[in-house]
Write a new protein. Structure first.
Ligand code: DX5
Ligand code: ZN
Length: 213
């Protein structure tokens, strides 16, 4: 599956960008929420997600890069999130947090930074719908893919197959046709792609190419 990240969209024409994603073969719409605290950047917040939801025809995949995300779970549900992902590094009571996300009726995801051993997820895998493996340091689009990520993905794939075969593995950061092909081979289920899609001449064709890579 492919989830274009709106972080790389033209915000002056956000409606057109979303309608493009609607007509494409993308599976989800990925929204990156940054607070300038957990990550060194600020993106957009609840009012924008609410507006996106009004015209989005694909599930809204919301990636929270914010400290203490528990404060906002309910409001992201109200704003239209279908899948809500929190960072492992931001949640001291992760089991409680993913339980709360599911109780609100959303799919629960856990993201991990490039330095966090995938093995730290062993005891939570059973309780999540999705693991989001960061393949760049979160905070910015257009960064270079971290090569060591393939090995991490292979390990994570084995863990998921054994412990939580229904959980999806999503990969985020530096995805293009080259990395995408290798990521699918290494066991990714969903690829997030920002710049590679929105900076391309024909985003619809780029999404289709990624899907078939
Ligand atoms: C980075 C975000 C990504 C970002 C990916 O912190 O989580 O979703 O938009 O951008 P690209 O695909 O350009 O690396
Ligand atoms: Zn993201």
């Amino acid at each position: 599956m492919i989830a274009p990240s709106l972080l790389a969209a033209n915000f002056l024409q956000l409606g057109d960008e979303i309608r493009m994603v609607n007509t494409s073969s993308a599976d989800w719409i990925h929204c990156d929420i940054m607070d300038g605290h957990f990550v060194p950047n600020i993106s957009f917040g609840l009012p924008v997600v609410e507006q996106i939801k009004k015209i989005a025809e694909k599930p809204m995949d919301v990636h929270l890069m914010i400290s203490d995300p528990d404060r906002f779970l309910e409001r992201f549900k109200e704003a239209g999130a279908d899948i809500l992902t929190v960072h492992y590094e931001t949640c001291p009571h992760l089991h409680r947090t993913v339980g709360a996300i599911r109780e609100l009726g959303m799919k629960a995801g856990v993201a991990i930074n490039p330095h966090t051993p995938v093995q730290m997820l062993i005891d939570i895998l059973h309780d999540v719908d999705l693991i989001l493996l960061m393949t760049v340091n979160p905070g910015f689009g257009g960064q270079t893919f971290i090569q060591g990520s393939y090995k991490r993905l292979v390990t994570l794939r084995q863990m998921v197959n054994t412990l939580a075969p229904n959980a999806l593995i999503e990969v985020d950061g530096g995805v293009n046709l080259d990395t995408g092909r290798q990521l699918f081979m290494a066991g990714a289920d969903v690829l997030v792609a920002g710049n590679y899609v929105f900076s391309s001449e024909n985003p619809i064709a780029t999404i289709e190419a990624l899907k078939n890579c």
